[in-house]
Design a protein around this ligand. Sequence first.
Ligand code: G4P
Ligand code: NA
Ligand code: NA
Length: 194
Amino acid sequence: MKILEERIRQEGLVLPGNVLKVNQFLNHQIDPDLMLDIGKEFVKLFGEQKITKILTVESSGIAPAIMTGLLLHVPVLFARKQKSSTMPNELYSAKVYSYTKKIENTITVESKFLPASDHVLIIDDFLANGEAVNGLLKICQQANAQVVGVGIAIEKSFQAGAKRITDQGIHLESLAKIASFADNQVHFVGENYN
Ligand code: G4P
Ligand code: NA
Ligand code: NA
């Protein structure tokens, strides 16, 4: 997705540890126009299939997820990282290890919001090692819900996550694919290095 790549090039900061900081439009301040364009792109890629729910994980997945849900007129469900005190017992949960933060989170979804009849499109902002998406896939398994596919805004293709998802036969679409951060520059998959 050209405009997303341009924004990453213009406003992204490459940090040590292969981390891309995009706080200008995605992870802190959010550009709603760009998020809407991201939603439109996901609708182009997945909209032909039956989708009854968007599933993401808080917090940064919510912005692209909600735009996709808005365009498809389906609810957007986000897994929580902290147990809410107002949440009853009927939960689906999965452990998610964060390599960037070196902590394990348990993500949870109230079972009543994910019936077995759901056709789920999983959306997230970043795909690195695939821990978050894997946790969401486990939750869908527990619910016996059907996974239509996984839509990612920014994939770090040099990390393990993409292969981990496609190896399970799941339809993955990433709008910007980063091949490397060589010389502290963002290099996208398919572009010429020079
Ligand atoms: P994984 O889910 O693909 O395995 O990712 P990993 O554990 O490596 O990353 C943990 C968190 O960091 C996730 O957000 C993930 O989206 C984010 N992340 C991974 N790589 C990058 C990167 O290069 N740049 C940025 N900006 N984020 C990255 P999270 O902990 O769930 O946080 P949030 O959604 O509340 O922001
Ligand atoms: Na994040
Ligand atoms: Na995220």
